[in-house]
Design a protein around this ligand. Structure first.
Ligand code: PD2
Ligand code: ZN
Length: 286
């Protein structure tokens, strides 16, 4: 179906399904089964339920506490294109709300980018992903980069960047995981994924004991690849160009695809791509 409109009848139907006790996931599946495009169906569900259901009733649909709780970078907008982040002023190049994505410029100096690359270089190994089935880290074909983690404040440049990010995003430094450095060689990529931990997976409760869910990510570009390597958000049709010193920030107020936070690193086609990623948890990560 190429053109799909959210009519008043559809809104009424969604509300009636909610009133009958069906979960949003069940309603979404029913809409997909009858030909609705997934992202349009998710949007219709979100907006209809937000508008029609009184959060005070606690019916479990709109997760009102989640929608209203503080989130990293919540007050950032393009209306304030320069944000004071302690030791540096950072530029807001683009901001959008759904998915919540902000592109920053001039977050790191060229010297800081080079220092992080030099410090990480000797410690790189094939990247792993946290396997939510078991809670352990594993090598995964979806992620063909090489990487390493710095301990919190392991070097002065790490401590400086961590403090800058905490200030910029107004999120406690203690809630951040250690900086991760990734190197993508030509052909390497990170296929689209969510950074939050899937609540349905058996390993997730173990992972969440340390700091709770991830609620936001920032990918800082340490160099400008010769070609390829954009960070992509398929649900938004958005591609962010990797440019040295810039960064893409995105948040997800609940661990659900409705956040549209699906994202990936497109294959690098020439040269290398280096990034520093920081994931933010809802609580102290220690
Ligand atoms: O390097 C990227 O562009 C990228 C894309 C998707 C990094 C991550 N995810 C990540 O580190 O989570
Ligand atoms: Zn990611």
């Amino acid at each position: 179906m190429s053109t799909q409109f959210v009519t008043p009848e559809l809104r009424e139907w969604i509300v009636s399904q909610a009133a009958a006790g069906h979960t949003p996931e069940v309603v979404l599946e029913a809409m997909k089964a009858s030909g609705w495009d997934e992202s349009i169906a998710m949007d219709a569900l979100e907006t209809t339920l937000r508008e029609h259901l009184d959060p005070a009733t606690g019916d479990g649909y709109a997760e009102p506490e989640a929608a209203q709780r503080p989130m990293p970078g919540r007050s950032i907008s393009a209306a304030t294109p320069q944000v004071a982040a302690g030791d540096r002023d950072v530029a807001v190049l683009m901001a959008m709300s759904h998915p919540r994505v902000v592109v920053f410029g001039d977050l790191l100096s060229a010297a800081e980018c080079e220092e992080l690359i030099a410090l990480a270089g000797a410690r790189l190994s094939r990247s792993e992903t946290v396997e939510t089935r078991t809670g352990a880290s594993e090598v995964n074909e979806a992620r063909t980069s090489e990487g390493m983690f710095f301990l919190p404040a392991e070097f002065a440049v790490c401590a400086r960047l961590e403090a800058r990010l905490a200030r910029l995003l107004d999120w406690p430094l203690e809630n951040g995981e250690g900086l991760q450095i990734l190197r993508y060689r030509p052909g390497a990529q990170y296929r689209p994924h969510y950074d939050y931990f899937d609540p349905e997976e058996p390993g997730t409760p173990t992972i969440l004991k340390r700091g709770g869910q991830r609620v936001a990510s920032i990918v800082c570009y340490l160099n400008t690849p010769a070609a390829g390597g954009a960070t992509v958000f398929p649900d938004a049709g958005l591609e962010v160009a990797p440019v040295r010193g810039n960064a893409v920030f995105f948040s997800y107020d609940r661990p659900h695809p409705a956040t549209r936070s699906l994202h990936g690193g497109a294959p690098v086609t020439a040269g290398e791509k280096w990034v520093a990623t920081k994931w933010m948890r809802e609580g102290r990560f220690e």
